[in-house]
Design a protein around this ligand. Structure first.
Ligand SMILES: C[S@@+](CC[C@H](N)C(=O)[O-])C[C@H]1O[C@@H](n2cnc3c(N)ncnc32)[C@H](O)[C@@H]1O
Length: 204
């Protein structure tokens, strides 16, 4: 699905210690943006980067509910005047669907980052803690004109599955814009940037 010889940007959301992003940074020479919205976590990420010292890693604060921060992150790296805008974004997030009240702002952030290139895609994962959260995720995806594809665990886990993983309800999803080749929809991304601002104004 992803050829590591291609040019692309990786953006990790809600990175925590940054495991997924740092591992990715060893697999590619492309830029890997490792982000989180929590100041303490960002200090940890900065320390991890000092230790790992991969030159393609950019640690950046990105809090999904803060419209100005999200839009300025986008403008800095991915808008039409920026160096990385021409490459597709591969957005990753491990265990980032936890809080029902954060799903909308997370998806708006993902949507904005998907808009920069029609081949962009997002892969997020989480453990089900409440079924209602998954329902909410599906509803919100539909509302925001994106599509979601569940990736079956036999695609990424060894068979037979390790016994300590059997009881966990694991979810990995691939998220894309609906019909990204459709110019009309693709062009609406500019509007989505103002949508982001409108929808999140209460969260700021
Ligand atoms: C359950 S942890 C997952 C951390 C890491 N991805 C992992 O798999 O270990 C969720 C992460 O999302 C971050 N987070 C929560 N709400 C956020 C928000 N609104 N914006 C950005 N990051 C957020 C938290 O700071 C935390 O690091």
């Amino acid at each position: 699905m992803i050829d590591i010889k291609d040019k692309f940007n990786i953006i990790e959301l809600g990175a925590g210690c940054g495991l997924a992003g740092f591992v990715a940074s060893f697999l590619t020479t492309n830029n890997v943006y490792i982000t989180d919205g929590n100041e303490v976590v960002l200090r940890l990420l900065t320390k991890n980067q000092e230790y790992i010292n991969n030159s393609n890693v950019i640690i950046h604060s990105l809090r999904w509910g803060l419209k100005d921060a999200v839009v300025s992150f986008y403008n800095k790296y991915f808008d039409y005047n920026s160096s990385d805008h021409k490459y597709k974004n591969i957005i990753i997030g491990a265990d980032v669907i936890l809080w029902p009240n954060e799903i909308e702002s997370l998806l708006l952030t993902i949507k904005l980052l998907l808009c920069s290139n029609k081949d962009s895609l997002c892969i997020i994962s989480y453990i089900t803690r409440a079924r209602t959260t998954t329902e909410l995720l599906y509803n919100e995806i539909k509302k925001q004109n994106m599509e979601i594809e569940f990736i079956a665990s036999d695609k990424y886990l060894p068979s037979p599955q390790p016994s300590n993983l059997c009881n966990l309800e694991k979810n990995i999803f691939l998220i894309k814009l609906i019909d990204p080749n459709n110019n009309i929809l693709y062009n609406t991304c500019e509007n989505d940037r103002s949508d982001y601002i409108d929808k999140n104004s209460s969260a700021c």
